[in-house]
Design a protein around this ligand. Structure first.
Ligand code: 2HG
Ligand code: ZN
Length: 461
């Protein structure tokens, strides 16, 4: 054990510290497959006081700290590749202090998203932020990255659900931000500054999360579409007539990879170039047949080739599986990921230009399209040909990025809609934020983290 680590152990004898290779590998990496983990060690605090002790020790010894939640991030925000101390929140996973009247509950940072969903459901309530990684992602990470997911169209991002935030800053200070209040107009709301800050200002140690009433039973409508342009035509039709809780799309190539795993049968007899998945209030339950009428209208227009409406909650889940398994099913191809967004009204023009650009620039690579298109958010995954070295592949993709991001900029879009910036997209921050903004961000970081020990190298160029 190095001298600083021995000192940490001396100062916090109860703190669980791991220095073995397996732990350093495991906790030093998230789902981004572009880095080699190389942390100094892993600390697993059980209390806020231990987190504060770690930060004070890190200041004294100038050791960089990397927060670690479920490590399901896709931009390298939780990667420790440069001798940092990883601080895992998995032992801080208590849910308590439920307030039925305020509809809030206090959670520690390491609470798994699905555990909060289950807790809410046990109270007859609902926590709506949801994604394929809900079973392993943790609230602290969701908050630090302002995670989005599949129901943003109705419920917004994680930011909307944080009524109070407990953070330990880079000086070891504990801040209790907003304390669950619905109204609190007392100046700068630091809570929102920490949400999405990717651990660069301080660590989220706890949060007062909002809950809501469960929606009526939801049904899933999966539609097969003849062309990319129809994705938004169909959206506009349904948007006018029903309340959507999800509007997702994916290409036939994406479906092909899901089906290749052999766990799901094809949803339609004939394959189509694109599919959209809509989640809406179940017409069989509400007796409202608007969704079926809208479906017929799209069919008559030729914008839809076929469709299936779930007849049970179980079938709805099966239909969701086509969309939710895409990311995992292409993981073996070490995809290069872009997660971009434009304003919803500009999506049709944007996807037409992007389609032409990708077709011209990636003649030899398979490009997989999918995403939360009802939020204007596209996940573009370029698959690595098995014979190509990772570094050469990444270089090739980054060259194309220049043009992709020029287009994003022209459309006033975001270069990272929901996956955050981390290490992977750090150098592209100027695509979405002005030089003045970035300078101000750096100034803000200095206020909360004067020694630059909180997740250094992430987010800010
Ligand atoms: C999803 O929407 C996730 O499935 C992952 O955000 C996206 O792997 C991706 O590109
Ligand atoms: Zn997504």
């Amino acid at each position: 054990m190095s001298a600083p680590l021995a000192r940490l152990h001396q100062q916090l004898p109860q703190l669980v510290l791991r220095t073995d290779d397996d732990s350093r590998q495991h906790y030093g990496l998230d789902w981004t497959r572009y880095y080699q983990p190389a942390p100094l060690a892993v600390a697993l605090p059980a209390t806020v006081a231990e987190v504060q002790g770690i930060v004070r020790w890190a200041r004294e010894h100038r050791v960089a700290l990397v927060p670690s939640g479920g490590r399901t991030g896709l931009s390298g925000g939780a990667v420790a590749a440069s001798g940092e101390l990883v601080v895992s929140f998995e032992r801080m996973n208590r849910i308590g202090d439920f307030d039925r009247v305020a509809r809030t509950v206090q959670c520690e940072a390491g609470v798994v998203t699905a555990a909060l969903q289950q807790y809410a459901s046990g109270k007859g309530l609902y926590y709506p932020v949801d994604f394929a990684s809900s079973g392993s992602s943790q609230l602290g990470g969701n908050i630090a990255t302002n995670a989005g997911g599949i129901k943003v169209i109705r419920y917004g991002m994680t930011r909307e659900w944080v009524a109070g935030l407990s953070v330990v800053t880079g000086t070891g200070e504990l801040l209790e931000l907003n304390r669950g209040l619905a109204k609190n107009n007392t100046g700068y709301d630091f809570r929102h500054l920490f949400i999405g800050s990717e651990g660069t200002l301080g660590f989220v140690v706890g949060a007062c999360m909002k809950l809501t009433l469960p929606p009526p039973p939801q049904a899933v409508l999966l539609l097969a579409l003849p062309a990319l342009a129809d994705v938004m035509r169909v959206f506009e039709v349904f948007r006018e007539g029903v309340s959507l809780s999800a509007y997702e799309f994916f290409s036939d190539q994406a479906l092909g990879h899901v089906l290749a795993r052999g766990q799901l049968a094809a949803p339609f007899e004939v394959r189509a170039p694109f599919y959209v998945l809509l989640e809406l209030d179940d017409p069989m339950h509400s007796g409202d047949d608007s969704a079926l009428k809208l479906f017929e209208r799209c069919l008559e227009q030729g914008w839809v080739l076929d469709g299936v409406l779930s007849q049970s909650a179980q079938q709805a889940q099966q239909l969701w599986a086509y969309r939710e398994s895409i990311s995992e099913s292409i993981t073996p191809y070490t995809p290069y990921k872009n997660d971009i967004a434009v304003t919803i009204s500009r999506v049709p023009a944007f996807i037409a230009s992007l389609d032409a650009l990708l077709a011209a620039n990636y003649p030899d690579f398979e490009v997989i399209w999918y995403g939360h298109i009802g939020d204007g958010n596209l996940h573009i995954n370029v698959l690595k040909p098995p014979a190509l070295a990772l570094a050469a592949f990444r270089d090739a993709c980054e060259q194309v990025n220049e043009q992709v991001f020029a287009l994003v900029r022209d459309f006033g879009g975001s270069m990272s809609a929901e996956h955050g910036v981390g290490l992977l997209k750090r150098d592209y921050l100027p695509v979405s934020r002005s030089a003045q903004e970035i300078e101000m961000m750096q100034g803000i970081k200095k206020v909360f983290d004067p020694d630059g020990i909180m997740n250094p190298g992430k987010l800010l160029p």
